[in-house]
Ligand binder design. Sequence first.
Ligand code: KG4
Ligand code: ZN
Length: 344
Amino acid sequence: MDEKKETDIYILAIESSCDETAAAVVKNGREVLSNVISSQIALHTQYGGVVPELASRKHIEKINQVIGTALWEAGMTLSEMTAVAVTYGPGLVGALLVGVAAAKALAYGAGLPLVGVHHIEGHISANFIENPGLEPPFLCLIVSGGHTHLVIMKDYGEFEIIGRTRDDAAGEAFDKVARAIGLGYPGGPKIDRAARAGNPHAMEFPRAKIEGCPYDFSFSGLKSAVLNFLNHETMMGTKVNKNDLAASFQNAVVEVLVGRTILAAKEYGIREVAIAGGVASNSSLRGSLAAACEKEGLRFYHPSPIFCTDNAAMIGCAAYYEYKKGVRSGLDLNAVPNLKLGER
Ligand code: KG4
Ligand code: ZN
């Protein structure tokens, strides 16, 4: 550990909203001293998706070990922390409760303040970690397994949601299509890989528009179109090229995400664009959005893939700004599975 100044703020952050048990130590909001993630992918793969009850049990098994490792890797002790932060929503209630209970126990035991963090605020804040110059306001496209939002981060902790999905989240569509093609779980990275060997224009799939809501998304029609195509070809005895199918599906998702993000940036006069969430690690989305931003003269920010998927460093980063604003959670903090962004 480096020299500790009186004014330095060290946050021990905990994340357990879905299928990653994670803890991190973050200094002054943007310096990640440790980032430990225990993934449950192997456990859930055999079921083709996250089984909530199993996720909670695995979190209980791993949480103390993950927190201990995060402190150890940072070269610090609990008593040297300024605060303990934890994701309290949205997410799977049983999974969230494990992190919340652990954070409350540590905060109480060590006499430290507790800061409850919104999971999506964490995802957006992941952009601060490697971009020291980035400050609000900026536009952020959040694409994860449970969420697809276009948000203006007006200030730290202040958000205006200008678009959202009407049905499936982008990551959910990736996961469902991957399962149908037989690529397995988690679908996003598998489609990303398969698509690299495929032709994105081999099949034409629909790009849904919502009348009167130019920034909203809908992916269930696209998912059904892929499934119908697959069923039809199978019935006809035609062998489907999985790489082409993956590439064509991904192309349809990326085109819509990029198109609406650029439109929003132009309409709202925002010059800085960021992405966040698990799907933000998709190579085609990153490449296309980077190219579109360059063409429009917009500045594009993206976290490294490890900070796109669920992690606790992003929670520590968001917690720092909440802490500085005076936000403190009581020991009655509870998990809120459908917590809205910007709500406390
Ligand atoms: O943010 P995240 O780790 O968890 C949630 O908060 O939901 O996102 C997980 C989602 C999954 O749906 C996963 O398939 C997707 O992110 N994902 C990807 C890629 N890596 C993860 N989707 C597309 N391409 C990827 N490379
Ligand atoms: Zn997430």
